[in-house]
Design a protein around this ligand. Structure first.
Ligand SMILES: NC(=O)c1ccc[n+]([C@@H]2O[C@H](COP(=O)([O-])OP(=O)(O)OC[C@H]3O[C@@H](n4cnc5c(N)ncnc54)[C@H](OP(=O)(O)O)[C@@H]3O)[C@@H](O)[C@H]2O)c1
Length: 173
């Protein structure tokens, strides 16, 4: 998830210009196109809530032909062969559908879906990229998860554009 420092993952008007950092942090590392491509190549499935899906359709589809599972209780349809829809039990989705077919599923969001995965202990890792901005209002990432979970800090990177990336493993207890 990409978040502002004050914990928002989306602005109320859904505008996305804040998702690009333009700061200069001289000690930071540079994020190259090659890094991004290598990272994305490792993802073999995306899962997202219907609001995030509809937002991605409006902004321009960034997921190519990689399998995408959209969660919705509505009867949504898509012409894309790689897009499927799912409704209901998330543990079944992860254990019976995703795990047998995919090595590295990326839960795109939004916050409703991410929090439900965390509550049900269905996620292995959290990667949060904090942008150098206070948005002041919008959709909060962690307003109320409702369960306590221990994390192991796997990696921290500060980028030259001011973005800070935190990578946590979620400890299985
Ligand atoms: N900053 C970031 O990194 C980031 C990442 C992702 C998204 N976003 C932003 O976050 C916003 C959307 O987040 P959101 O939390 O409001 O919504 P969301 O999580 O994208 O979607 C919520 C919807 O998912 C469906 N859903 C969730 N669990 C389900 C289940 N078990 N079975 C069936 N359907 C299920 C429901 O859809 P129905 O109502 O269709 O039934 C629910 O209304 C957008 O603005 C998006 O651009 C930001």
């Amino acid at each position: 998830m990409v978040s502002s420092l004050d914990g928002f993952i989306a602005k109320k008007d859904n505008s996305v210009s804040w998702l690009e950092a333009h700061d200069i942090y001289e000690k930071g590392v540079t994020l190259t196109e090659e890094d991004i491509t290598a990272f994305i190549k490792g993802i073999d499935c995306y899962v997202m809530g219907s609001i995030t899906y509809e937002h991605a359709l409006k902004l321009g589809w960034p997921y190519g032909d990689v399998p995408v599972m959209v969660l919705s209780n509505r009867h949504l349809v898509s012409d894309r062969k790689n897009v499927k829809f799912y409704s209901g039990d998330l543990a079944k989705l992860v254990n019976d559908i995703l795990k047998p077919q995919h090595q590295n599923t990326w839960l795109v969001g939004g916050t409703k879906v991410v929090k439900e995965f965390l509550r049900q202990k269905l996620a292995d890792e959290i990667i949060i990229s904090i942008m150098p901005i206070i948005l002041g209002d919008g959709i909060l990432f962690f307003d109320y998860v409702g369960v306590e979970q221990r994390l192991h800090l796997k990696d921290v990177k500060g980028y030259q554009d001011g973005m800070v990336e935190l990578c946590y493993e979620i400890k299985k207890e």
